[in-house]
Design a protein. Structure first.
Length: 319
């Protein structure tokens, strides 16, 4: 008996627009995935002279993908290619509501005002599922001191062929040769010009999901964002009261995050990632104790600046 193996022979491909052509759009995941291609089944009451008359029905058209995925973030330095080359996870950025802008020696991503709807292929040991022009994602970035940076996405889509997979031989895909993006002790988080001693930073797109399901249309879309940045840092006596005052004043401040820098905290061409939110406000904070020192988790709401940008990710050449 040949079993379907989810761990050693799985492939995830994605892109905005139409279906990717394997192995293009390959995303290297950290965990195996399992598709649950179930038609929607509902129950209804049938009242009669007997108890237990509940019945059920199915809607095979409403077969959806609800999938969490995770990948390690990498640099965009691909050994001799232009610094404007997109990083590996750029396809996921697109279906999670970010627009790509390529310059001469840079590539950047910002929240889109017209979010793309993507397509995806999921092949589990030769059982291939697809979702054509119906997939969107809600993204979260996690940066923790001394660990690889993670990009996570919750994907929603309508599956093609009523969720019935095709038997398609898996296409070999090359693993990335880009360096891992890590958060090191030399990296820098600036909030309103003040450097914070953070050991963890999380950015959440906070996607509001729209859904069209009607005659002739099956589609998920991104209807809005509530983008938030959370940093966990140690608090000294000088800035202990800052969070209380800033939460009350609701003043606008700029957030700047420099990751994968050199030992002096300087951004490295093709190796680093710079993240900025130019119009952020305090949204919440919570204090706790770690190793007998006060630790604070602060959350900022990333608002649109004058150009409509809430959050900006920059790779490539840093002047």
């Amino acid at each position: 008996m040949a079993y379907v193996n989810t761990k050693k022979s799985s492939l995830f491909l994605s892109k905005d627009g139409t279906l990717p052509t394997p192995p293009n759009g390959f995303i290297e995941l950290t965990e195996e995935f399992t598709v649950n291609p179930k038609p929607t089944v509902e129950e209804f009451k049938r009242i009669s002279t007997l108890l237990g008359g509940t019945d059920s029905y199915s809607d095979v058209c409403h077969t959806i993908l609800d999938q969490d995925i995770e990948t390690v973030m990498r640099t965009n330095d691909k050994g001799g290619l232009a610094l404007s080359t997109a990083p590996e996870c750029s396809n996921l950025f697109s279906i999670c509501g970010l627009d790509e802008t390529a310059g001469v020696d840079t590539v950047s991503y910002q929240n889109s005002q017209a979010p793309a709807i993507g397509s995806a292929i999921l092949n589990i040991d030769g059982k291939q599922f697809s979702a054509t022009k119906s997939i969107i994602g809600d993204a979260t970035w996690e940066f923790e001191i001394g660990k690889p940076s993670l990009f996570k996405a919750k994907l929603n889509a309508f599956l093609d062929n009523y969720g019935v997979p095709e038997d398609v031989a898996i296409t070999p895909a090359e693993l990335s040769d880009e360096n891992i993006l890590m958060m090191a002790c030399s990296d820098i988080l600036l909030a309103d010009g003040e450097q914070l001693q953070a050991d963890k930073i999380t950015i959440a797109m906070g996607v509001e999901v729209g859904k069209k399901y009607a005659l002739g249309v099956k589609e998920y879309s991104i209807s809005d964002y509530v983008i938030k940045i959370t940093a966990s840092f140690f608090v000294d006596s000088i800035n202990y009261k800052d969070a209380i005052e800033k939460l009350g004043s609701q003043d606008v401040e700029a957030i700047s995050i420099s990751l994968n820098t050199d030992k002096n905290g300087i951004l490295q061409d093709g190796q680093s990632l710079k993240i900025t939110a130019g119009s952020a406000k305090y949204s919440d904070f919570e204090d706790s104790t770690e190793e007998s020192v006060v630790k604070r988790d602060v959350t900022w709401l990333a608002r649109p600046d004058a150009t409509g940008t809430n959050i900006l990710f920059e790779y490539g050449l840093f002047a």
